[in-house]
Design a protein around this ligand. Structure first.
Ligand SMILES: C[S@@+](CC[C@H](N)C(=O)[O-])C[C@H]1O[C@@H](n2cnc3c(N)ncnc32)[C@H](O)[C@@H]1O
Length: 174
C-alpha cells in the first residue's frame, strides 16, 4: 500500500539515521504524525516522541518501544529531559528557539543531532513566513559549534517535497 505523503521520512533524516548508535533511543521532537519515530523503530531504535498533539501517533502508542508524550514545548516549563541523554535527537519542520540549547544538550556521548527546518527566504514560497519560525543564515551551525562535531550542513532551496528554503544539519557528540 502506498504511504501517505506525511509518512515519507525526510531524505535528510534518512541519510544520517545510520549515525545513531545501534539500539540507542531517539528523541523525536515535535514529532507530528510520527514519520521519523516510525523510521527509527524500523531501524531498531526505541523512540520517545514529543508533541502537543499526539493524535496522529495512535498507531505507535501500542508499541512498547515507543513512548508518546503529550507536551507543550513552548509554555515556559523547563525542558523535561534536562540531564537525560539520547542516542539521537531529531527535529524536522519545527523551530522554537529557546529550546535549541536543551536539544543540543540532550545529545548523549556518541549521539547525533539531525535537524531540518525552514529558513529565511521561505516566505517567498508560503508558510512558514514568520521570521520567528525561520532559521537565520548559519543559525544551526552557530548553535552547535564548539559542542557537537558537524558532519553535514546545508542552507538551500529545495523543490521536494515542496519548494522551500531549508537549513539542515547532522552533528555528533564526540
Ligand atoms: C510541521 S509539523 C512537523 C511534524 C514532524 N516533525 C514532521 O516533520 O513530520 C510541526 C509540529 O510541531 C508541533 N508543535 C507546534 N507547537 C508545539 C508546541 N508548543 N509544543 C509541542 N509541539 C508543538 C505541532 O503539533 C506539529 O506536530
Amino acid at each position: 500500500m502506498a504511504h501517505a505523503p506525511t509518512d515519507i521520512p525526510s531524505a535528510w533524516v534518512e541519510r544520517f539515521a545510520a549515525l545513531v548508535p545501534a539500539g540507542g533511543t531517539v528523541l523525536d521532537v515535535a514529532a507530528g504524525g510520527g514519520r521519523h519515530s516510525r523510521l527509527f523503530r524500523r531501524l531498531g531504535h526505541p523512540v520517545v516522541a514529543l508533541d502537543r498533539d499526539i493524535t496522529g501517533m495512535a498507531a505507535l502508542a501500542t508499541d512498547p518501544e515507543a513512548e508518546i508524550v503529550s507536551v507543550d514545548l513552548e509554555d515556559g516549563s523547563p525542558w523535561p529531559y534536562r540531564g537525560e541523554h539520547f542516542a539521537g535527537v531529531v527535529v524536522t519542520n519545527y523551530l522554537w528557539r529557546p529550546l535549541l540549547p536543551d536539544l543540543i544538550a540532550s545529545v548523549g556521548p556518541g549521539g547525533v543531532l539531525i535537524y531540518e527546518t525552514f529558513a529565511l527566504g521561505n516566505e517567498r514560497f508560503g508558510k512558514p513566513s514568520n521570521p520567528d519560525f525561520l532559521l537565520r543564515p548559519g543559525e544551526l551551525l552557530d548553535a552547535v559549534r564548539g559542542d557537537l562535531r558537524i558532519i553535514a550542513y546545508e542552507d538551500v532551496e529545495v523543490t521536494q517535497p515542496k519548494p522551500a528554503m531549508v537549513q539542515r544539519i547532522a552533528a555528533v557528540r564526540g
